[in-house]
Design a protein around this ligand. Structure first.
Ligand SMILES: [Zn+2]
Length: 284
């Protein structure tokens, strides 16, 4: 039995490294189910949701991080969306042939973090050239965040079903001592592929932490749970609606039909009745 979805943050006692590990099989599985996505795109989406969560965990606690991948040749777009409270959701917009989705050269990862006051910062890297989503995120850290960090992410499927998903970030801190730095660099070079951990029955955040900081005294900084959750409650829908022009709303009322809004993230449908539309118009 795999552990429940969580992220664990630790720091080595000499303040050389911070290690963040996320195990999110359950929430990624829910993301894939809501999107009805399979194959390579499913693996990429599960890894993307994990990657955005890992990026968010390296940052200040009130940031939301979104990751967007445009597949090679423009054949589909994936979105991972990670919120400060540990909730995640994702989106797959694939063309007519979903199996054409590819992370080859020309596929781009864009990571956006929103600040509380609405500001946005972002970095873009070529996933194909980087060699994978974890590697692309490593590059985002280096280029956009000026953070020396290594990220590895993986998702394992059995008969088309996601059975394990997770990853880690090892971040070099400014106070790192040279000796410890050398040990960790070597360890990461020799580190087994993440798939070797995903295959184990005991796969989870703890297993990765134990391997990554093996033999190094460390302190746990915190752990928090992760879960699938979509934030499209009706008030969000209404606020999206209020961005429509008065004329648009008026014509919907005139036609006597409510407005159907579908959430692409979770699949929920909202019907905004004519009376609500009329009230909205009168209030604005
Ligand atoms: Zn939703």
């Amino acid at each position: 039995m795999t552990e429940s979805d969580q992220v664990v943050r630790v720091m080595t006692n000499d303040h050389s490294f911070r290690v963040i590990v996320a195990c999110m099989t359950g929430s990624a599985r829910e993301v894939l189910a809501r999107q009805g996505v399979r194959g390579l795109a499913a693996k990429a989406l599960a890894e993307l949701v994990t990657g955005t969560t890992l990026v968010r965990e390296t940052m200040s606690p009130d940031l939301r991080v979104q990751g967007l991948i445009r597949g090679a040749g423009g054949k589909g777009t994936l979105v991972g969306d990670s919120f400060p409270d540990g909730s995640v959701r994702g989106l797959a917009q694939l063309r007519a042939d979903p199996s054409a989705f590819s992370l080859g050269k020309g596929s781009h990862l864009q990571v956006m973090r929103s600040l509380i006051n609405g500001g946005l910062q972002q970095g873009i890297v070529d996933v194909g050239e980087a060699g994978g989503i974890g590697e692309a995120i490593t590059q985002v850290f280096a280029e956009s965040e000026q953070i020396a960090a290594v990220a590895k992410i993986g998702a394992r499927f059995e008969q088309g079903e996601l059975v394990a998903c997770g990853g880690f970030v090892v971040q070099l801190l400014p106070e790192a001592e040279r000796a410890t730095h050398a040990i960790m660099t070597q360890r990461l070079e020799d580190f087994p592929p993440i798939d070797a951990f995903l295959e184990q029955d005991t796969f989870g955040a703890q297993l990765l932490i134990d391997e990554l900081v093996f033999g190094m005294p460390f302190t746990e900084l915190g752990r928090s749970s992760l879960r699938f959750h979509c934030r499209c409650d009706e008030s969000l829908v209404l606020s999206a609606l209020s961005s429509l022009g008065r004329d648009d709303i008026q014509s919907m009322i005139d036609e006597g039909e409510g407005l159907d809004i579908h959430c692409d993230y979770c699949g929920k449908d909202y019907l905004i009745a004519v009376e609500r539309l009329r009230a909205l118009l009168e209030a604005s």
